[in-house]
Design a binder for this molecule. Structure first.
Ligand code: SF4
Ligand code: SF4
Length: 487
């Protein structure tokens, strides 16, 4: 949708009437603005950074011997904890569910409110905003920063730049440390990191994450959004005419002209061509060219323009955060359809979210506390003993996913006359006891022995039946094969 009359575009000096893909060179030095969207960005920054840095310090009592960190990815222990939920490596499908849920949530968020993720919540946006504000606090606002950039090197310039880099360094180090705290006991890791007792891998990860933070938020900045981030490329596919986007109301702003001394705006547009919207944009673009890939939807140009409109006694909203359908209706002087929450796209996303959520919740509520892996040994497939008995070997693993020790009984079905034998244990039994400690994997190597006469073919289906002692009936039935010479 184009809302700007192309005849009015050539006033933008460096484009000769063409919509620029991106600032040709240099970095954006956004001007400070005040307003609703700036306040929202402060809140988003505070909440995301608080979550990133403080969540690992939340405690959750799981009983003796278990980590008491509420959210923990325990790489060494091969577990992930989220409050009362404990995920084993074998249950990685929960991670798939969480990722799918997050992706669809992002789609729904985009369909409803445009690039709120990009403008307010994304790691790159939050840290770039923080770094730019550090520059602003040390070097001053846009004009001072531009002057600082042009100045020849001097002691004063070096000191100021040093303060900026040192502050960025501290923030980046905190970012890297914040990352590793999700993977171990936060209190212990923090102590180890600052006393030099953490492992080399920990310091390396802090260096890599902190280094990326320093480079991406300090120097690459908006280039990450425009050139590197895949989401910015395809997010427009999630929009429709009712998605909220940041737009310049060309029908009202054009023809633009410098502010009239008389204060009379009749016969002209409301845009005074002050370029405050460009100066305050963190990606340095001119929203008056229409919706662009480089627009992260932060709304800072709205705050900037609203102040200009206020100054001239004009209605706010020359740059608006509204749907394309409403904007088009205003452009034509027609009735606005308003904001439509329920539409095909949002209903589909909502339904998919509900299904994923329901499946995950059901899986969690019915989560098995014992899992078994049976591996039939293949080299050799079978051995024939001197008395004609055929023997197959198996590795039988029991995952006891509760904290208490448990004892199980294993039997076999499907092969009449067959007996079990644990390696190192008594032979010729039909049931064997398998104790497994709480929260551990029990690995057992066992043989199944069968008289050759019981085998009707080269391969016979068998079922291992696991029962928990003191439990209620069969716990798990696992199918496998028994190989023999065949007739
Ligand atoms: S801030 Fe508003 S008035 Fe100024 S150039 Fe941008 S759109 Fe026009
Ligand atoms: S054009 Fe406006 S909404 Fe888009 S990135 Fe720039 S300031 Fe943010």
């Amino acid at each position: 949708m184009t809302v700007i009359d192309p005849d009015h575009i050539p006033e933008f000096p460096h484009t000769q009437g063409e919509v620029p893909f991106y600032r040709e060179k240099g970095q954006a030095h956004p001007r400070a603005v005040k307003g609703l969207f700036r306040d929202l960005k402060w809140w988003a920054m505070a909440l995301t950074l608080a979550w990133w840095h403080l969540a690992p310090f939340l405690r959750w009592d799981r009983g003796p011997g278990a980590p008491d960190q509420a959210i923990l990815v325990d790489m060494a222990g091969r577990r992930a904890y989220f409050f009362d939920i404990e995920i084993w490596p074998q249950e990685v499908y929960y991670l798939t569910g969480i990722l799918a849920f997050a992706a669809i949530t992002l789609f729904l968020m985009s369909a409803l409110a445009g690039r709120v993720w990009c403008g307010f919540l994304c790691w790159q946006t939050v840290y770039t905003d923080l770094f730019q504000n550090v520059e602003r606090w040390v070097l001053g606002d846009r004009t001072s920063r531009l002057r600082h950039g042009r100045e020849a090197m001097s002691a004063g310039k070096a000191i100021k730049q040093g303060v900026v880099y040192a502050t960025w360094f501290v923030i980046s180090a905190a970012c890297g440390i914040g990352f590793v705290l999700w993977f171990g006991d936060a209190f212990e890791m923090l102590r180890d990191i600052f006393t030099g007792q953490a492992g080399g891998a920990t310091y390396l990860i802090i260096l890599v994450i902190g280094g990326f933070c320093f480079l991406l938020a300090g120097f690459a900045r908006e280039r990450v959004c425009v050139y590197m981030c895949p989401y910015s490329r395809f997010q427009a596919a999630m929009f429709d005419e009712h998605s909220l986007i940041v737009s310049y109301e060309g029908w009202r702003g054009e023809p633009r002209a410098p502010a009239p001394k008389s204060g009379d705006f009749s016969g002209r547009g409301h845009c005074v061509d002050c370029k405050m919207c460009i100066a305050s944009c963190p990606t340095g673009i001119d929203i008056r060219f229409g919706n662009q890939l480089a627009c992260i939807g932060c709304g800072l140009c709205i705050d900037a323009c609203d102040k200009v409109m206020e100054r001239f006694g004009l209605p706010k909203g020359l740059i608006s955060y509204d749907s394309a359908a409403n904007l088009e209706a205003r452009t034509k002087g027609a009735a606005e359809p308003g904001f439509r929450l329920l539409r095909a796209r949002t209903l589909v996303y909502g339904a998919v979210l509900a299904i994923i959520g329901a499946v995950m919740l059901t899986a969690l509520l019915n989560r098995a506390t014992t899992e078994v892996n049976v591996l039939h040994e293949r080299a050799p497939l079978f051995v024939q003993l001197s008395d004609g008995t055929v023997r197959n070997g198996y590795t039988y693993k029991i995952l006891n996913m509760v904290r208490e020790d448990r004892s199980y009984t294993l039997t076999l079905e499907g092969l009449p006359g067959a007996t079990l034998e644990m390696v190192g244990g008594p032979a010729g039994v039909t049931a064997i006891d398998l104790p497994v400690e709480g929260d551990q994997v029990g690995t057992f190597r066992l043989f199944v022995n069968s008289p050759e006469s019981a085998l009707k073919s080269r391969s016979t289906d068998v079922t291992f039946v696991l029962t928990e002692k003191g439990g209620h009936g069969n716990l798990l039935r696992n199918h496998s094969l028994f190989a023999g010479p065949g007739n």
